[in-house]
Ligand binder design. Sequence first.
Ligand code: PLP
Length: 469
Amino acid sequence: MRYISTRGQAPALNFEDVLLAGLATDGGLYVPENLPRFTQEEIASWAGLPYHELAFRVMRPFVTGSIPDADFKKILEETYGVFSHNAIAPLRQLNGNEWVMELFHGPTLAFKDFALQLLGRLLDYVLQKRGERVVIVGATSGDTGSAAIEGCKHCEHVDIFILHPHNRVSEVQRRQMTTIFGDNIHNIAIEGNFDDCQEMVKASFADQSFLKGTRLVAVNSINWARIMAQIVYYFHAALQLGGPARSVSFSVPTGNFGDIFAGYLARNMGLPINQLIVATNRNDILHRFMSGNQYVKETLHATLSPSMDIMVSSNFERLLFDLHGRNGAAIAGLMDSFRQGGGFSVEPERWTEARKLFDSLAVNDEQTCETIAEVFEQSGELLDPHTAIGVRAARECRRSLDIPMVILGTAHPVKFPEAVEKAGVGKALELPAHLSDLFERDERCTVLPNDLKAVQAFVSLHGNRGKPL
Ligand SMILES: *Cc1c(COP(=O)(O)O)cnc(C)c1O
């Protein structure tokens, strides 16, 4: 399988190189040159497979030529073997024909484990073969950092540095990162905000000389392997609910358009999906596009669903590429005008095309809490704020009651106690067994000033399993 850039100017890469790449050299994002397409008979024959075997069948075409089947199978079995629920992505019914797909039974209790557990293992496999090492420098406001650290903690060829804003992530989220020890794991608390952290990561990608020749790898959702891993659970849910003979709809809490883009790909690979709902919080750039064809940057608002607090949606470019007939020059032009003027609209036919599949809703904090309370009352299920946004959007935007609606349950409620408290459901939140002693564990973290040079000096001093690069 070959991968091409959404801006049309960077060289095509194979899977291995795409895994190790960040942005393409032309500033675009990598996508498969030709998407695999499965027949209805083929998809139907996968009913009842264990998750890792389904994952093998769905993802195999993407890694062909880079990873032999037997090795890929083994990697997938290990990846999903660390999840704490046998069904890996169980469905829980909330209402008539309405389901939450629980994607929070991985080590860090959010859906990012699906991709980052796999990414760590894929990196180590490929780097072992090449006899290379890489460094990960990532910024997090919460979920990505812990999932990336958990995913890479056993990697022999990866050193990982996660920057979080000092005193600005919740205690559960901080402890999920700082209580994992290893020579190759480094938590850095920056005396600044999340944007400062992210800016330092961007600057480090732009000039990697401080790494003395070691390569920097991206762990955010611009990395194609993350999107790829997320396609699988759409197939998994549909097969549980009568697909592919019957079509299914999904409502997806999203900020960077990563998770829902995976659903869009599942549909293009042959899975009958009737409707995809983009569910955002008050940071609603995606909703403003879907509802009014305006993709315009606005100021950032802090919300009760912080994992979706973004101004610009990094994966949206991948959808725009398809909407423009995969014309890289057109996307380069749009992105240029976005950078200069802060916004654009697309031609009406292209927008109409998107709207055939996508609907959207923006949900504020008050409505989020209302929904947590409402669902708890109706079914006894306690939702995290991101998932609650998905439920709210599903209920308001649903096109057909006859088609099963699946809401992606992106996190466990224990990660977001503030929203749950505000919703006033009066149920105590309990950490799952494998994290029950989280608050007693020792922490390891280095506080650094908001200074790029200081961070880069730290990385180069510790980037080789605690030793200098
Ligand atoms: C990361 C995250 C999201 C948003 O994911 P996208 O990649 O923006 O689609 C939603 N909910 C939770 C809990 C998350 O951690």
